[in-house]
Design a binder for this molecule. Structure first.
Ligand code: TYD
Ligand code: MG
Length: 451
């Protein structure tokens, strides 16, 4: 058997660094048991070689033509990107299998007037073609390919000279220079690196699609996050049709911006007014329901917080939470017990943010604690009340960011009363008309107004 000339390296599946020797603990990131053995062929080219690049003066760069972003034609996508795709940028689009990554990537293609290359090693050209037609993506400039060697992809790029390349997905492409399997840490890192060079050297946008699986979270796209300019994730679950596109990182815009879509038979459709979507099935005749304007990136979205408190049937009471931090809920329950005299020790507590939205905004505290208290005391809350405020360990209500934007969103959906931190309310320059704002300094005051 011909012996391949190769050397062995130990790659960390957590940070992606390689080491010449095996260690129990990765010397780079200190994770335990993450090093795996990989054979790297010796003929692998090191770096790109060539001449060193010159530096440029800041004033020269600013005087040059301003780079034009290319709008994708999908407003929700453009907002998340920071106003469109920038030439020369490397974008990672991640998400669970079946969430709609390929669909979204296909839907942005008609916006490009020059050539576009869509590489899908997962499906045949015919399959992507069929899907593209179903999504009404009819573009003369769209080239489809099911090449899965990175070298082949680079050749096609030289030939077609596209302004955008989509790789669907990074787990299926591989480089001839490595002996490991497609989808392995070393392959993903190598191909990612080559695509980075491609984007920067040719000044074209490259979008990489990556699956996030339960155990592949770190080895897959997570490692690429350091490499790319923009990280987008599509979130959502099987039970709901809506999808949330979120920018986890954006070198050219604000991160944590969100776009909301609905998955329909003809692809992902933008949701122009997400608050209406999340409140659509709300019932205001049951206890334990409050409304909170969550700030998702720069945009406020109203979400319903539901709580259910019942007597525990077993020794240890259950605490179950969807869309909100578990530890934060535990803290709020302790505040409720200690500062407001509501006994929670023998109660099961369930908290749910309706619609599958995940909120890690401390401003949700007041809405959550009030929903729990409303259910525990079985008292209905007044209709059309909005609750905003971070709750401290002493039961005090602390100020939050961008109160006015949150109040305006509530107002536009017809809410009439807002309970917000006094400190915030005092700072407001002018209070909006048609909505009553009550400032509170602690949770007790809020309960006094409500119950
Ligand atoms: P897909 O984009 O293939 O997901 P991913 O690339 O993230 O794996 O989308 C797959 C799901 O979306 C599939 O279950 C079918 C559904 N879908 C629609 O509901 N409508 C459509 O128009 C398309 C193209 C897909
Ligand atoms: Mg796909």
């Amino acid at each position: 058997m011909p012996q391949l000339k190769s050397k062995t390296v130990y790659l960390c599946s957590a940070c992606g660094n390689d080491h010449p020797k095996w260690h129990g603990q990765c010397p780079s990131c200190n994770e335990w048991g993450t090093l795996g053995e990989f054979k790297v062929s010796k003929k692998r080219k090191k770096g790109s070689g060539g001449l060193a690049r010159d530096s440029r003066k800041l004033t020269d760069i600013l005087q040059g033509d301003e780079v034009k972003r290319i709008p994708t034609g999908i407003a929700e996508m453009d907002r998340v990107l920071g106003g469109g795709l920038l030439p020369g940028s490397l974008i990672l689009l991640g998400g669970n299998p079946g969430i709609g990554k390929s669909t979204l990537a296909l839907q942005i293609l008609p916006a490009f007037t020059k050539q576009v290359l869509y590489v899908s090693a997962e499906e045949s050209e015919e399959q992507i073609g069929l899907r593209a037609r179903r999504l009404n993506v009819n573009s003369d400039s769209l080239h489809l390919s099911s090449e899965n060697r990175i070298e082949g992809i680079l050749d096609q790029v030289s030939l077609i000279q596209p302004e955008l390349v989509v790789i669907d997905s990074i787990q299926t492409v591989f480089s001839d220079a490595l002996d490991s399997l497609p989808g392995s840490v070393s392959q993903i890192r190598e191909c990612g690196q080559q695509l980075l060079q491609l984007a920067k050297q040719r000044n074209i946008a490259v979008m990489i699609i990556g699956h996030v699986t339960k155990e592949g979270v770190i080895a897959g796209p997570k490692m690429l996050e350091h490499m790319v300019d923009i990280v987008l994730y599509i979130e959502g679950d099987d039970r709901h049709d809506h999808r949330i596109l979120r920018s986890a990182k954006n070198r050219f815009g604000t991160s944590n911006e969100v776009g909301i879509f609905q998955m329909e038979s003809n692809g992902l459709i933008e949701v122009k007014n997400p608050s209406e979507l999340f409140l659509a099935e709300r019932r205001d005749d049951i206890s334990g329901s409050t409304i909170f304007p969550s700030l998702e990136g720069s945009r406020p979205i109203l979400v319903e917080v539901q709580a259910l408190v019942s007597n525990a049937n077993f020794g240890t009471p259950q605490r179950n939470v969807n869309g909100f931090d578990f530890k934060r809920l535990a803290m709020l329950l302790a505040v409720l017990e200690k500062r407001l005299g509501t006994h929670m020790g023998t109660k099961d507590v369930f908290v749910n943010l309706v619609g599958g939205l995940k909120v890690d905004d401390p401003a949700a505290d007041l809405a959550v604690i009030t929903a729990v208290a409303s259910s525990a005391r079985d008292k209905l809350l007044p209709k059309s009340v909005i609750l905003i405020g971070e709750v401290g360990l002493g039961g005090e209500v602390r100020s939050v960011s961008r109160l006015e934007a949150r109040i305006n969103e509530a107002k536009s959906l017809g809410f009439k009363t807002v309970i917000a931190p006094t400190a915030n309310v005092k700072r407001m320059k002018k209070s909006p008309k048609g909505i009553k704002i009550s400032g509170v300094t602690n949770v007790g005051e809020a309960f006094h107004l409500l119950f």
